[in-house]
Design a protein around this ligand. Structure first.
Ligand SMILES: Cc1ncc(COP(=O)(O)O)c(C=O)c1O
Length: 444
């Protein structure tokens, strides 16, 4: 954003975009604050962001998958405000508070396999850390198997599992030991794009080989997988892939962990992707959309497993913050009251249909994929065999942003555009976004 239009930064101060960038460059670590597009926002409501430049933007990445029921949903804000007036902080263990307990009572109603015991944290990475600590502590086994293309977060354990881009691992090692990466069933990028089952067989074959040649199943605590890879490119695997992972885990007494940090809380049109794929994991990491903007995450499992995690082996100061838990309760209630799962399915199908029209119209669009409101457009070199085209991706993203639509890249080269609006989005808003996307694609 380059606009110099002066707007209200606060009731008492005015600022420009150039001034914000100068302050950012001086004070915020470049490793953190360089992400595209650094849009200066002064207000957010529903699916919209109000830019410092005076323009309105449609937020079609939901604040990185966080604002499931939209920005500043009145019910979520009211619940958080009410809780804030009663109690802001209460380190669980030192004190007990109603909102964490109430949330823990609600979650089994929506989780797969009626998971009924929880560890609340602050971020997705913290939930992933918790999952692998739980798995190792309970099974007394060291091995963790993860997938190429996976993104599980930035803390050391989570980064050790992450294999979506080498840059996330550059000059950081040594990583956690006994972590093995095997191929994900990424059909579109495989050598069998028209034969999903062949791709599944190959991915499962590689896993079985690792279990024979590198680490015996008796030494593997867990297999951790994103049911749909997010940062890796919004890769939707065939159902049979996840079902076969379940079979292997049950056969070999290995815990199956689903990282549902992106896919959870209605994103796929079910509460969780596990339900969309009919696969029940043993442990789940959830975060992002759980509290529609407030920091909260959870490790979820059934009591029989979670209660074997030895006391005080793990902990947190801020996890299960009363305000975040109150916001999570309101988020779940809003998804129920406003029938947002059904909306996500219906609007998501409409979105996918409209994206497929764009694929038919532009040869630069190589693939369209997704479930619910977690969809992506893959850009390729026209007339090539799926050669990634990140520069076209960047152009489309910039063009769309200038027309008021915020989306974000994903995939190994940034060649895919993720389209993941809040669950409250309606079909006419989708049509407005598709029209912007259409006009943006037409410019390249
Ligand atoms: C699937 C997945 N797991 C974990 C994380 C890490 O979450 P956080 O950034 O909240 O630590 C992310 C973040 O994008 C994610 O997409």
């Amino acid at each position: 954003m380059t606009s110099e239009i002066i707007a209200e930064a606060s009731p008492t101060r005015k600022t420009t975009y150039a001034e914000l960038v100068k302050r950012r460059e001086k004070m915020l670590a470049p490793t953190w604050a360089q992400d595209w597009p650094n849009l200066a926002v002064i207000r957010a409501e529903g699916i919209y962001l109000q830019g410092l430049d005076g323009k309105r933007y449609m937020d079609f990445m939901s604040g990185f998958g966080v604002v499931s029921v939209g920005h500043n949903h009145p019910s979520v804000i009211a619940a958080a405000r009410e809780q804030m007036e009663k109690q802001v902080h209460g380190a669980v263990g030192v004190t007990l508070h109603e909102s964490a307990l109430r949330l823990a009572e609600m979650l089994p109603e929506i989780l797969p396999g009626r998971m009924d015991m929880f560890f609340f944290g602050n971020s997705g990475s913290e939930a992933v850390e918790g999952c692998i600590k739980l798995a190792r502590n309970v099974t007394k086994k060291p091995g963790i198997i993860a997938f190429t293309g996976a993104f599980h977060g930035r803390t050391y354990g989570a980064a050790s599992l992450t294999a979506s881009k080498a840059v996330y691992r550059t000059q950081l090692g040594p990583f956690l030991s006994d972590v093995y990466h095997v191929p994900f069933a990424d059909v579109y990028h495989s050598s069998h794009p028209d034969d999903p089952e062949k791709c599944v067989n190959e991915a499962i074959g590689s896993l079985e080989t690792v279990l024979k040649r590198l680490i015996a199943p008796s030494q593997v605590a867990a297999i951790i997988v994103e049911p749909i890879q997010g940062e890796g490119g919004y890769i939707v695997p065939p159902k049979t892939f996840l079902q076969r992972l379940r079979e292997i885990c049950s056969r070999e007494d290995i815990l199956l962990i689903f990282d549902e940090v992106w896919t959870g809380f209605g994103r796929t049109g079910e509460w969780f992707a596990a339900q969309a794929f009919d696969v029940i994991p043993d442990v789940m990491a959830v975060g992002k959309g759980i509290a529609s903007g407030f920091p909260l995450s959870a490790v979820c499992a059934r009591n029989e497993l979670m209660s074997r995690w030895e006391p005080t082996v793990h902990g947190t100061t801020f996890g299960g913050n009363p305000i975040s838990c109150a916001a999570a309760i309101a988020t779940i209630q809003t998804i129920q009251d406003e029938k947002l799962l059904a909306n996500t399915k219906r609007v998501g199908e409409h979105l996918l249909r409209r994206l497929k029209e764009l694929k038919g119209k532009y040869s630069v669009v190589g693939d369209v994929r997704g479930i619910g409101l977690m969809t992506a457009l893959e850009l390729i070199e026209p007339d090539s065999d799926r050669a990634p085209n990140p520069s076209a991706g960047k152009k489309v993203l910039n063009e769309a942003l200038s027309k008021g639509l915020l989306m974000y890249p994903c995939g190994l080269y940034g060649q895919a555009i993720r389209i993941a609006p809040p669950l409250i989005t309606n079909t006419s808003q989708i049509d407005e976004a598709i029209s912007i996307l259409d006009r943006s694609l037409a410019t390249i």
